[in-house]
Design a protein around this ligand. Sequence first.
Ligand code: MLT
Ligand code: MN
Length: 312
Amino acid sequence: MRVKIIGSAAGGGFPQWNCNYRQSRAARLGTPGVHPRTQSSIAATADGTGWALFNASPDIRQQIAQAPELQPGTDAPLRSSPIRAVVLTNADVDHIAGLLSLRERQPFAIYATAQVLATLEANSIFNVLDPAIVPRRLLAPTEEIAICGADGHPTGVVVESFPVPGKVALYLEQKGDQDADFNSDTGDTIGVRISGTDSRGAVVYVPGCASIDGALRARLADAACLLFDGTVYTDDEMITAGVGQKTGARMGHIAMSGEAGSIAGLADVKIARRIFIHINNTNPVLDENSPEHAAVKAAGWEVAIDGMEMEF
Ligand code: MLT
Ligand code: MN
């Protein structure tokens, strides 16, 4: 199994197009230790040729351009792609908008929960991916599912999905019922355990998570590698930065720091390697010279960067 982080930033990317907060500015200026990042996606392959993407980010075209292994080979047919499937972990814009860039009648399969499939179904723009060419398949929770291409041929990538505390996508929130569907674990947001058929270990990918409970800790135990929601360092970070009104909790994202944060919540869970991913442009860990970056490293975590790879 080979897993490649093709987009390590949260929605908006880093720098974000309309943001002049010091971090986005530093990324734009090429400040040492502040690396630009594209939006939330990873890719996995079991055989080195066919790939499953996990989430399709608005930056997918750029991500493919930066990854030769995701491009048509020089000897490949006139129309081809090594991308055999896309697995979605929720219906957020940063996770599904890239599907629209995968049109052009190229066969691949989409895997998602019933809720996320319903969102694709309800938004007719996704019909640019003709279901006769791009089948949509149910990712039933807590079952091991062999990810197959559109032709039904297994990629060798195996996924087990599980609901995590989260919320519906921002554009699906009910007006006037602001507290509905927060911190629910009914499948609006999932985590995925990714392994091969002859697996010697698993990567667990959880780009969005509102809180850590016993069920989640049990799920994450013994992972060879955890890629976990690193949206914000402190819950009120976007407010303090002056760029927004929302806390991490209100967006369905647990903070890294603090007693209720992910670093503390997972400290005693046995995980061989732990990496923060889906990092928002306000998060100070994006600056490698910040005390927060040092604190995260001291706690045994890594901070994802685009192009990072792991093999197991
Ligand atoms: C999130 O992770 O909270 C979403 O990507 C936010 C958004 O859709 O802008
Ligand atoms: Mn997101």
